[in-house]
Design a protein around this ligand. Structure first.
Ligand SMILES: *Cc1c(COP(=O)(O)O)cnc(C)c1O
Length: 390
């Protein structure tokens, strides 16, 4: 008797519904042009916004830290796994983010889920944008607080939910940049509303860290809301190019997370190589703002190119640029045909995006050159015409 046989049926169900995904395999480095599944393609699927995943300065920092400190931190932080390098990185990040303190986590995912579940409890209310990331949703469920979802970026909807929650401890959580549409949260209005109701504000800046604001300081800097957002979460895994996440905020928040956040208490801390490479990345953000300028120039070039061809790029205002097709099968066909034509961009359908909003999502980086992007536009044009999308 095979107790796991039900999984075969579940897998078959996914296949029957066309929801079974075989991740493509990268051979070699994560670059603007690289080899996936043995095919050379222009890569519009990574989160390596600034090309830092293989920047010589980060590689050198990782090697040096490894030679000096070894490959592992050896324990969870509160037992014996806190290294002076971790503290040094947190001080650097706090200064960069213009906050009292920072705490690094193993990933953006654990930073979100660990923080929400740690500071909110059964009696409290979590008010969450409907398009927030899975790690916020998981953390909210773990907290056992009441979860109230408001329609995406809808401030009237948010007000209604805040009115329902009045009198209870409440947190409003939003992504800074939304990963499926590439739009920026209306954080200025959101903060005003939350303040009116005395609610805590938390922003998940996974796609804004290293992308938005001066030197990539994030959504708070973009709107000049310094000191007005209680909790900022960032990732070190996307534009920063390495791995990990962090929470930025007041000292008391960080002190409490060190005492109570479960990923801090029960999971091993970042390796020396990862920590040192992350630090080198923050140095680069400060020293080389031209990286972020190149990213935004490329994003504008590509978005305008797609629009001029007649594609629907929705409400994108960042380097995340969706090509909204609508029909699920057509969107998947577009992604497949693009790949055949030498362009790797992810096809996304329900339940990742709403029904009837299937799309191919592109992410351009600072490392793409104009030839890469023009090739991608030409391929989009060819395939889009063939499929009757444009
Ligand atoms: C990617 C992502 C995360 C998770 O970050 P990792 O460092 O990859 O774990 C969290 N929130 C959002 C919005 C993301 O896009």
């Amino acid at each position: 008797m095979d107790a796991l046989r039900f999984l075969e049926e579940e897998l078959q169900n996914l296949k029957d519904q066309g929801l079974y995904r075989q991740p493509r395999t990268l051979t070699g480095e994560q670059k603007p042009r690289c080899v996936y599944d043995g095919k050379s393609v222009v890569n519009l699927s990574s989160n390596n916004y600034l090309g830092l995943a293989n920047h010589p300065r980060l590689i050198e920092a990782a090697i040096k830290a490894t030679e000096k400190l070894g490959v592992g931190s050896g324990a969870v932080r509160t037992i014996a796994g806190q290294m002076d390098l971790h503290k040094e990185f947190e001080h650097k990040l706090a200064k960069f983010k213009n906050v009292e303190a920072c705490l690094i986590f193993q990933s953006g995912f654990t930073a979100n889920s660990g923080t929400v579940s740690c500071i909110m409890g059964r009696e409290d209310v979590i008010v969450s944008d409907e398009l927030n990331h899975a790690s916020i949703i998981d953390g909210s469920r773990l907290s056992r607080a009441q979860i109230k979802v408001f329609p995406h970026a809808d401030m009237d909807g948010l007000r209604a939910v805040l009115q329902e929650a009045e009198g209870r401890r409440t947190i409003v959580v939003t992504d800074g940049v939304f990963s499926m549409d590439g739009d920026i949260a209306p954080l200025d209005e959101l903060v005003k509303l939350a303040k009116e109701f005395g609610a805590i504000v938390m922003v998940d800046d996974a796609h804004a860290s290293g992308v938005l604001g001066r030197n990539g300081r994030g959504t708070v800097d973009h709107y000049d809301l310094h000191g007005q957002v209680d909790i900022q979460v960032g990732t070190l895994s996307k534009a920063i190019g390495v791995l990990g996440g962090y929470v930025a905020g007041p000292q008391k928040l960080i002190d409490y997370l060190v005492q109570r956040a479960r990923p801090v208490l029960f999971s091993t801390s970042l390796t020396p190589a990862v920590t040192a490479a992350g630090m080198a990345a923050v140095d680069l953000l400060i020293e080389k703002p031209e990286l972020i300028e190149a990213l935004w120039n490329n994003a504008e070039f590509f978005r305008e190119g797609l629009s001029a061809l007649g594609f629907d790029t929705g409400v994108s205002a960042t380097p995340i640029i969706p090509v909204i097709v609508g029909d699920e099968r057509k969107a998947m066909q577009l992604a497949d045909d693009l790949f055949e034509g030498g362009v790797f961009a992810q096809g996304l359908a329900f339940p990742t995006v709403p029904r009837g909003k299937a799309r191919v999502r592109t992410i351009v980086t600072a490392a793409h050159n104009k030839d890469d992007l023009q090739f991608a536009l030409d391929t989009f044009a060819k395939v889009g015409r063939k499929l009757g999308i444009i």
